[in-house]
Design a protein around this ligand. Sequence first.
Ligand code: BT5
Length: 324
Amino acid sequence: GAMMKEALLHMLSENEGEFVSGQEISNKLNCSRTAIWKHISELRNSGYTIEAVQKRGYRLVTSPDLVTAEEVSLYTGNGTFGKKITYKSSVKSTQEIAHSLAREGAPEGSIVLADEQTGGRGRLGRAWQSPAGTGVWMSLILKPNIPLQKAPQLTLLIAVAASKAIEKVAGLEAEIKWPNDILIKGKKTAGILTELQAEADSIHSVIVGIGMNVNQQTEHFSDEIAQIATSLAIEGRQTYKRAEVIGVLLQEIETLYRQYLENGFGVIKLLWEARAFSLGKRITARSVTGSITGYAKGITEEGVLLLEDDRGQVHSIYSADIEI
Ligand code: BT5
């Protein structure tokens, strides 16, 4: 059922604006006219406008801004990331679902998507606001064969991919604030949460959570974050198809990830540095163990931030919040 609906949507969307005859669909999908009609009705109920004309067939006129498996699959391209999609309209956190899928052996590149999260989470138990119908709330399962201490490099890799995806989709410049914030004009548009399933010092799975504000207007943000958050729609003054954003994002991630596994972190480091917001600035790094103020010198091969304090001593920062 679901597979056929997806295949039908693909046929209609490949022939965008053109009629596809019932006969053609029925031949290609090997199904009855009644089955086609049932799926057309379901697609209409989910917000697709499909014209049906006697003797000519069906024509896709408009599609809604959904992040369902069938809609997202229109944009995932030839890569393997996003081939397996778990979609829920409302969940507590896509991370939870992805963690259990990974434990059950889900393949690398599997993703979990939700239209809304009721308990979306950031780092250190903080909350991530994920209102319905507005953003990309996605968890991606990776299974890299790398030592545990290199895992932070993945957060930086994802940040580069997210920044490139924003540039591609919206033509907006997106900077990276170490380690996991994507900023447009200094305001947070996306956040990354990298969680590990590991045994001893080998990684079983990495669950990468990406939250990206796409179509929010300022009133969608709570007072608490209204001053510090932004969205692609606010900055680009138009709305974007979330499914397309996801497709571009997955392709950017997969390209960088393959490059990373083959050639190491070097290229990613350069790309990251070119987009870094905090490098060369005076910053304060706050962590559970205290705070250090100084000059952000750069990142190491491992993805660790180097901070030179006022006495000239250089500190390696593994995890912290940065204030500029
Ligand atoms: C992050 O944490 O930035 C990581 C966010 C990861 C969210 C994704 S969504 C899919 C997946 N499923 C989940 O449950 N999580 C992941 P952190 O650096 O700790 O930043 C959290 C802080 O960002 C909050 O304390 C707020 O100040 C701010 N914030 C919360 N929601 C925001 C939003 N929608 N846009 C911008 N800033 C926000």
